[in-house]
Write a protein that binds this ligand. Sequence first.
Ligand SMILES: Cc1cc2nc3c(=O)[nH]c(=O)nc-3n(C[C@H](O)[C@H](O)[C@H](O)COP(=O)(O)OP(=O)(O)OC[C@H]3O[C@@H](n4cnc5c(N)ncnc54)[C@H](O)[C@@H]3O)c2cc1C
Length: 451
Amino acid sequence: MDQRNVSDLAGQLDGSLQRPGDAEYDTARTLWNSMIDKRPALIARCASTEDVVASVCFAREHDMLVSVRGGGHNVAGNAVCDDGLMIDLTLMNKVEVNSATRRVTAQGGCTLGAIDSVSHEHGLAVPAGIISETGVGGLALGGGVGWLVRKYGMTCDNIVSAEVVIADGRVLRASASEHADLYWGLRGGGGNFGIVTAFEFQAHPVNTVIGGMIIHPRAGARDVFRFYRDFTKQAPIELTAYCACLTTPDGVRVTALMACYCGDPAMSDAALKPMREFGSPIADTMAEIPRIEMQTMFDAGFPYGNRNYWKSSFMDELTDDAIDLLVDHANRMTSPLSAVMIEYYFGGPSSEIGETETAFAHRDAQFDLGIIGQWQDPAEDSEHMNWARTTYDALQPHCNGRIYANLMGGDQMTEETQLRSAFGVNYDRLVTLKRKYDPTNFFRLNQNIKP
Ligand SMILES: Cc1cc2nc3c(=O)[nH]c(=O)nc-3n(C[C@H](O)[C@H](O)[C@H](O)COP(=O)(O)OP(=O)(O)OC[C@H]3O[C@@H](n4cnc5c(N)ncnc54)[C@H](O)[C@@H]3O)c2cc1C
């Protein structure tokens, strides 16, 4: 590549252009999952929409492979590429709140923590994920579930509009009244259609919540999961709860109920009573806390720099047989940092949206199975990956053939059948949309819909 062209791009950017050996090169290419170690030829650290446009046009002109980094949290590691141009949005992290309309505008590189801290000052919350370092870009475009999902819906359902740089370098606004087809595709279709430089979200008035963990001995895991299955189905939508087999930091294998109640505190006792009275827990940390505290409660369990291999699938029913298998495999877990988790999202406004109304199709999803393989030593890769694969394979007969795109592992993303499972009934319409907005598959390092 002609170095003069590279210098021209560097000169155009409000942010900076990083080449191998430059000061910020290694920081910018390092993702959350330390299994990913790729070396782009160039990294455009964008600080503005104009920077993103310049980077997209440069990559087109020079026929370069492009990756897009939001929060850098995706386990599959698509945010970075070898030899191509990494478009890094990390510096685009501004958040603005309009208290009157309860709308929050967040640049495309924001972390959830950045959005939460500004929104919380206004007593508002954008429904999103449960770890504050996750990027809103990948999360919102693929769906977005978290502690407010049952009451206020998924993150994608709260996108009011988006500013998008598409593959030909144009900047479009997508909303219900502008480029409505693109707006449809952005709400569940992932990063396939362009780079979102700013999201406008509908936020909701949530200031404090009742949240925490109720921890049971692992020996009673089967009973805890059965209780969880029956309880969550009849719990009010203000309550979102997950159930997991995990290991405490001091090495005790436990079963944990993690829960957040976002309704009227006066009603919380009744809502939480069955969960708090069930069995003989070792610990119960449920308490009224600022929502922002809930949003960072589990961060320490998912630090930067660990090795991660995840698998995920939806289940229609959490049968006794499935629970038995889940617990058997959890008990054979090879790393104390790993976990097997069941999440229940159903019952709120997102479940009332038709499966073809937005690109996110899994509206009737009940339980989501997450197999989280996490460890530190590269020499142990195959041992822990094998555990995750074996657990996933064993539970497959109990899954419904649908997958939450945001939780797909890297090997799931390369298989067309798995991608079809991720986009469900909307797959063919997404292909048509891809042909319109990105006919050359310029944005291909993602849960890719091939034009
Ligand atoms: C520890 C952890 C916890 C998680 N918790 C949750 C959770 O609670 N709820 C949930 O729903 N999901 C959760 N996830 C999954 C998460 O939603 C996805 O990993 C998501 O892709 C992360 O987004 P990111 O911007 O950080 O990813 P990145 O790795 O930066 O990007 C992933 C892909 O997203 C696309 N992308 C990112 N930003 C943009 C943008 N602005 N415009 C266009 N495309 C973009 C690109 O295609 C990119 O390849 C979690 C993941 C991890 C690792």
